[in-house]
Design a binder for this molecule. Structure first.
Ligand code: OOB
Length: 545
């Protein structure tokens, strides 16, 4: 099995320890501390369940022993694909306690993605919920097991069918290992996947705990904080910015919302007196619209965080008047660097920037295409290095060579400028992915699937501006033989076992990619030219036609 590594150089690690960022904390140690400090306070609420910190610790301990009793061994990787339910926490803290390594998948992922994570991580285990939003994850697990024979242990929260029931795990006689090394890899997070399939991101106990401890402080969290996990909790934003882990670290309460829709979230905010939550921009728009019409009491809400994709200043300006709370913009990435506007920043900074880094030891470079720093205030490529930004992906030499400089800076792929106050404003990105309401889609990956259709001669996938989603995906297709219907192509994509959000929103048939006639061009230039041409044609159509 390929070992998990996160190669921080010794001198940098020393510096981060001396600065007090890395304190030798681990997830199992953290939960033990919390359970003793806040034992009878409520840690998590979801569905019919309310667990205190003491109960969460007991559930995690039982889960840990249960996982090991199934024959999993410390160091084994376990794909976790759960919706926002309290068991998410007992499962992952249980895995940490057992020395097992969670690999986070999102509920929206399907066979293509889960098989890729399981293979790349060499996973032996897979934890799912019975069903969520009408989808039966046991069918998915059967498919994943068929394609990944090494994955031999499936645990189900709910009715287990042919697999093992989480509630029935019994590890009464199993001894648990000691705490892990704080500098070891705690879990594998997945990248937004800017080119091709998602990469796996090894995060250490030291680096990750620092990121959410510092985030909790920036967000002013206390034991009275009540956080609504509205976005899928396996994503880095609701997990750690400050997310569920930051809220637990502060001794607060996590409320698991099964859906981010106002219909589900608003009653929970009113009932649980939620003080803080995080959304992607399209959901923030939806919430503001719904808040005007609905009569739920949202007055407990102090902070609405918005991130994952660019929140436009005009929309940002409406948050305080509509929802009566402070907006916090969050610009982060699963690879590390997270920026926040601060709660006491001037309103103009809050609405018009994406914040500044967590740490004084975050090193941020803004470079032109030749690698030279741009003049202050101008747009350039963002690179980052620091106490919680990875230096390498898991087992991916090609991506590592592309994504990191020799001196360990991560090339984020984002184009930003910096204000005189040191705040970053995201201007766009250098890479060709589509940021669809915060879900990142690789153009390349989708083109590849489209090319598998017998009537597709060539395909180029681009992002188009979308009023609601921020960006939507559009596939330009050159057909061969009989031209398929757009709906049929979309249906074909659905049968590929892909996450639904990756099915192109729009399909446009073109006779040829004219630009190819000019000579050899990169896919990147081709996509840019198609997008330009399409948008120019659209705006040339007089209104009403
Ligand atoms: C978050 O993480 P990922 O890994 O899904 O995506 C990272 C990318 C960034 O490189 C950037 O392109 C985009 O998402 N992004 C934003 C943004 N926040 C993320 N673009 C513009 N404005 C923002 N506020 O998306 C993520 C991780 C932790 C905290 C927040 C978001």
């Amino acid at each position: 099995m390929i070992p998990l590594l996160q190669p921080f150089p010794t001198d940098a690690a020393e510096r981060y320890r001396r600065a007090g960022h890395w304190r030798g904390e681990t997830f199992p140690g953290m939960l033990r501390q919390l359970a003793s400090r806040h034992s009878s306070r409520t840690a998590v609420v979801g569905g019919e369940q309310r667990w205190t910190y003491a109960e969460l610790a007991i559930h995690a301990e039982q889960a840990a022993a249960g996982f090991l009793a199934l024959g999993l061994n410390p160091g084994d990787r376990v794909v976790v694909q759960l919706p926002n339910i309290p068991e998410f926490l007992s499962v992952v803290f249980g895995l940490f306690r057992a020395g097992l390594i969670p690999v986070y998948a999102l509920p929206a992922h399907r066979a293509v993605e889960v098989v890729h994570f399981a293979r790349t991580a060499e996973a032996r285990g897979y934890v799912i919920a019975e069903r969520h939003e009408g989808f039966d994850y046991r069918d998915l697990a059967e498919e994943v097991c068929r394609q990944v024979p090494a994955l031999d242990t499936v645990v189900v929260v709910g009715e287990a069918g042919p697999f093992t029931s989480f509630a029935g795990l019994d590890g009464a006689v199993v001894a648990l290992p000691g705490d892990p090394d704080p500098s070891s890899v705690a879990f594998l997070q997945i990248s937004g996947g800017s080119t091709g399939l998602s990469k796996l991101i090894p995060r250490t106990h030291d680096d990750y705990i620092y990121s959410f401890r510092a985030s909790a402080e920036i967000c002013g969290l206390t034991p009275d904080s009540i956080y609504l996990a509205a976005l899928p909790v396996a994503h880095n934003f609701p997990m750690s910015s400050p997310g569920v882990f930051g809220v637990l670290y502060a001794g607060g309460t996590v409320v698991m919302s099964p859906s981010p829709s106002p219909e589900v979230a608003f009653p929970l905010i009113a009932r649980e007196k939620v003080t803080i939550t995080g959304l992607v921009p399209p959901l923030a728009l939806l919430w503001m619209q719904a808040a005007r019409k609905r009569t739920y009491d949202l007055s407990s809400l102090e902070v609405l965080q918005v991130g994952g994709a660019k929140f436009m200043p005009e929309a940002a300006r409406r948050v305080r008047p509509t929802l009566g709370c402070t907006l916090q913009q969050v610009f982060g990435m699963a690879e590390g660097l997270v920026n926040y506007t601060r709660l006491d920043d001037a309103e103009e900074i809050i609405v018009s920037t994406q914040g500044r880094p967590i740490s004084e030891d975050d090193e941020v470079l803004i470079l032109d295409d030749s690698g030279q720093p741009v003049p202050e205030g101008e747009v350039g490529n963002l690179l980052a290095r620091g106490p919680y930004t990875i230096r390498a992906y898991h087992n991916n030499d090609g991506a590592n060579a592309r994504s990191f400089t020799p001196d360990g800076f991560y090339r984020t792929g984002d184009m930003v400028k910096r204000t005189p106050e040191g705040y970053l404003v995201v201007q766009g990105r250098a890479s060709d992915h589509i940021n669809r309401a915060g879900e990142k889609i690789s153009a390349e990956e989708i083109e590849d699937h489209l090319l598998a259709h017998p009537s597709v001669f060539d395909a180029a996938v681009v992002s188009l501006p979308d009023e609601f989603l921020g960006e939507r995906s559009c596939a330009f297709i050159i057909a061969q033989g009989e031209k398929p219907k757009a709906a049929a192509l979309k249906a074909f994509m659905r049968t590929r076992g892909l996450a639904d959000f990756k099915v192109p929103d729009q399909i446009v048939f073109v006779p040829a990619f004219e630009i190819t006639a000019v000579g050899k061009v990169s896919r990147k230039e081709l996509r840019a030219a198609l997008r330009r041409q399409f948008l120019a044609e659209q705006s040339a159509v007089p209104p009403g036609e």
